[in-house]
Design a protein around this ligand. Structure first.
Ligand SMILES: [Zn+2]
Length: 216
């Protein structure tokens, strides 16, 4: 089997995502760019992550062709390859339907950068990408726009995308966005969050990108 290590890594992260309660059942999908930067591995369509084996991971190119694998790739594969085409600074994409972030996405409200971890790992407020149907390249392009200078975005009436220099980093982005959404909603009861100054966000972001969490 080709790319066994990368396939194993995706399967492990899928199980981790399931246990983290970021997602329920077969919703959500995960991909990892391979070292040649031309192919990526992605979770298959509609499979329970607990049943997933490395053989189930589908290898695709950035044009959306299947390179290796017997299963059908996730319906959201256009979202993944559209991001890889445009974002040369990252290696992994995680897409989830976690509850509080999806609530913000359904309300089409960005998550302000009001706490330190969100500022550091996302790089600013989490924008809402324009609505397009799931599984379309248009959705992918709208998400790329919303991801400008960020590691995460909301998909209107849908869910979350986190990207990163490693699978773990992209997963952490999704977790921190879910936490940021919970805080934003909870703070409504005491008058709403106060967003950090851009200067302070940039300082924390640069510290995060350059001082730790590097994955080369
Ligand atoms: Zn989805």
């Amino acid at each position: 089997m080709l790319y066994i290590e990368e396939r194993k890594e995706i399967v492990e992260m899928g199980k981790k995502m399931l246990n983290s309660a970021l997602t329920i059942g077969t919703w959500g999908n995960i991909s990892l760019l391979l070292d040649n930067k031309e192919f990526f591995g992605i979770t298959p369509s509609g499979m329970d992550y607990n049943q997933l084996t490395p053989e189930d991971i589908v290898i695709m190119d950035l044009a959306g062709n299947i390179v290796d694998g017997k299963k059908k790739p996730s319906i959201e594969s256009p979202l993944h390859y559209t991001i890889y085409r445009e974002r040369k600074d990252i290696k992994a994409v995680v897409h989830t339907h976690s509850i509080y972030a999806s609530a913000m996405a359904a309300a089409r409200k960005p998550i302000p950068a009001a706490v330190e971890d969100l500022a550091q790992i996302v790089g600013g407020s989490v924008r809402v990408a324009e609505y397009y149907l799931p599984g379309t390249e248009e959705l992918g392009k709208a998400v790329v726009d919303a991801l400008q200078d960020r590691y995460g975005a909301l998909l209107a009436n849908h869910g979350v995308v986190g990207i990163g220099r490693s699978l773990q980093e992209a997963m952490t982005v999704c977790e921190i966005i879910e936490k940021g959404a919970r805080i934003t909603i909870a703070a409504q009861g005491v008058g709403g969050v106060v967003e950090l100054e851009q200067e302070d966000i940039d300082f924390m972001r640069n510290f995060f990108l350059n001082s730790y969490g590097q994955d080369n």
